[in-house]
Design a protein. Sequence first.
Length: 69
Amino acid sequence: HQIMTRAIVAASPDDAVSDAACQMFRHGISCLPVLDEDEGCVGIVTLNDVLRWLLDHHYEGGASACKAA
């Protein structure tokens, strides 16, 4: 019996954060494995990672300013 029956939705280490976010949104998932060229898992991107990136790049003071508020 197989545990997974669907193809894995994944990112590569060279993908932009925005591309990973679009993949997660498109597939209704909250995390995305990051696979190298040999399909080995080298990390994971979560919605929290995307949110932190957005805050750091588009919010004055970045994510750390949110903690202080």
